[in-house]
Design a protein. Sequence first.
Length: 372
Amino acid sequence: MKSRLICNIIPVLLVAGNVGAAEIYNQDGHKLDINGTVAGVHHFRNSGVDKDNSYARFGFLGETQINPLMTGYGQWQYQAQLGHAEKDSTQESFTRLGFVGIKFAEYGSFDYGRNFGVLYDVLALTDRQPELAGDAFSADNYLSQRGNNLATYRNKGLFGLVDGLDVAVQYQAENRAGETVSEGRSVQYANGNGYGMSIAYDFGFGISATGAFTSSNRTTAQKTLAYGHGGDKANAYAAALKYEAQRYYLAVMYSQSYNLLRFGEFKTTEQKNEQISGFANKASTLEVVAQYLFDVGLTPSLAYVQTQGHRIENYGRQDLRKFIDLGVTYNFNKNMSTFIDYKINLLEGNEFTEKAGIKQDNIVALGLQYQF
């Protein structure tokens, strides 16, 4: 999960105001904003395996007034990785977001497409490090992050009855895996039909709480993996508490999942070479983050992240992620910023981490980005 304070906008913000976007058209109830980021990012590892993680993102957010009670909207965002040769077949370019919907005044909004899962309503509160975020859950992992085939209903203020109380209900249709990439997506990115819900309440004084629950059917291929064959459902529960006032930001998040959290490097049978991969039958994640904004535009960040897998076949309980993150972001202005992010890995190597390909590297990330 590589978060940006401006560009990774939770989709519900589309109908509440566009942050970090340039307005290019606004007339007769029709509005179109564009946003983008170009980031030069490099990762330095103590193992000596460094990497260029530079990327560019571009997208638009649009809305149109259908009648006094209805507003249509849509969002699309595309990303291209920049650390590849032009003819490199492994170059990664992909659609991050793409959905369309209608907002019905105080009755809420409904949209469909590639969107954020409702579990991320909770996870987003601690996903704020400059670069090396707590990536326990990644894209196309059921309803935990960005995913396809998502139908989402959101209501702010509970139909205008309770200020500060927001709810969301979501359904995800099946994204099946195939024996080959051409027949369907890889087994780790597949999902059966699923649903989820979230609720958030603003207590005032800068304090708010968010909770979410998701449940999805697992595919046949996922249930027959050597690791994570413990059930038909992939379920998750998460809760977070946030304090945000003036220049302070503090948040803590805890989640518990079953048959949902991935580990290891998924490869074909010929490529495995004794490596293991699959889903944790049970996993728990704790994330804590604290930030402070200085007048000069400097924001230091401190975070702690730990994810444990439980009941892993042949290995029992294992740490999947455990690190302290120290970061500093400096904003030259609203469009230009730079950062340094230091991940202090606390994992201890053993047979499991070696076979699962879980690295114990410390990482330093340096970046410079332009955004609009």
